[in-house]
Design a protein around this ligand. Sequence first.
Ligand code: F0G
Length: 463
Amino acid sequence: MRKHRTIIEPFKIKVVEPLTILSHEERASILKEVGYNLFLVPAAAVTFDFLTDSGTTAMSANQWAAMMVADESYAGSRSFAKFEKVVQGLTGYDFVIPTHQGRAAERLLFEAVLKPGMKVPSNNHFDTTRANIEHLNAEAVDLVIADGRDPSSNYPFKGNVDLARLDEFCAAERAHIPFGMITITNNTGGGQPVSLENLRGASDIYRRHDIPFIVDACRFAENAFLIKLREPAHSERTVRDIAHEIFSLADGCMMSAKKDGLVNIGGFIALRDRTWVDSLRSLLILTEGFPTYGGLAARDLEALAVGLEEVLDERYLEYRVAMTRYMAEGLNKAGIPTVQPPGAHAVYIDVKRFLPHIPSHEFPGQSLVCELFIREGVRSCEIGSAMFGRFSPSSGGATSFIPAQMELVRLAFPRRVYTQSHFDYILEGMEEIVADKNSMRGMRLTYDPPFLRHFTARFEPVD
Ligand code: F0G
């Protein structure tokens, strides 16, 4: 069959929603009103919502159909049995604990297992994972490889954990490590995949030190597909088979199903061994719900059972990765540098290189997300000093600013929602942004909340 240049969406559209397109002036006035925080902009004012790929999936006809046959019984629901079987088949883990989303899984597992002073290594912890660990006065330790912190490196698996450092860390801190983690794909580090070789290496290290290994698996299918594409030894394997091996290397997983579960809400913990299961189920009953629904409606479990199968469709994954690469290459051609190589769920703009005239303490990424909104109606997310920068007291009572390692802006793509022509329209508008970039100014904080700043902070442009 002829290989086409055009990427087609491997689905037909059955339900549509109109796109809002406001004027630049309308968008600028909304932004001012909400303190230049894109999380506080009403979705009705956004044309292209790339704030997150989480919970923003378009569901399939089969998922909607499954929801209609859901069994909403409080206990022992038929829908739970269906969901449990799919997760067991996918992961090989016997014990499946549903939660309403990823951070609920994190909170439960950490509350059941973590004590103050304990340490949890990973490649990079996602921000809610880190916050939930720190909330219990434990420490989240990031051990990603050096390439993972270099936006211009083209290394194909920049999500890899540094195995030598992991081994050293486990040897030195064994008594304080209740479990180790790896996040696939590595969202915080630019949506980069972890190779199977690296996962095997990490698994070996954790086993040697007798440390349970938990995968943060929310983008497991995208990671498995990138292994198939980029790790020659596995190019002939199916994504399902690669995913099976990933789970077989670990002792359990936590999953925000709002990503590769192809649903709008949902999550779970799955474990090979029963040790933590009883305390997890007790905590689940206390705060989420009975173990056969865990804070979800049975119809959500039905949609998830179907989504976890659909996401392994390799034509879908091929299109997903191709669309993300298309946007990254389009931005690069227009003169906007992005983290290389592009991953699957998002494109990350390297703002340090794009706006070198705005210093970190003036939040260059926050300026760019505002500009993208005003000019293009695009909602994106700053992952830089506005999210991670810290003020710390220095000598003489003054405070100094410790910037984030990278200044990134993430365009995260909802699954099965936007088409190639949407991307072309956005790329056309980028040319103007590039031409005018030197007129962009920095921002200053006018409200700085105590936790997870980016959700509720307020800013104003620097004069
Ligand atoms: N782990 C990773 C790697 C994530 O990316 C997320 C969420 C979570 C855990 C928490 O899951 O949102 O269901 O509670 N990431 C979203 C994002 C919010 O936009 O990247 P949740």
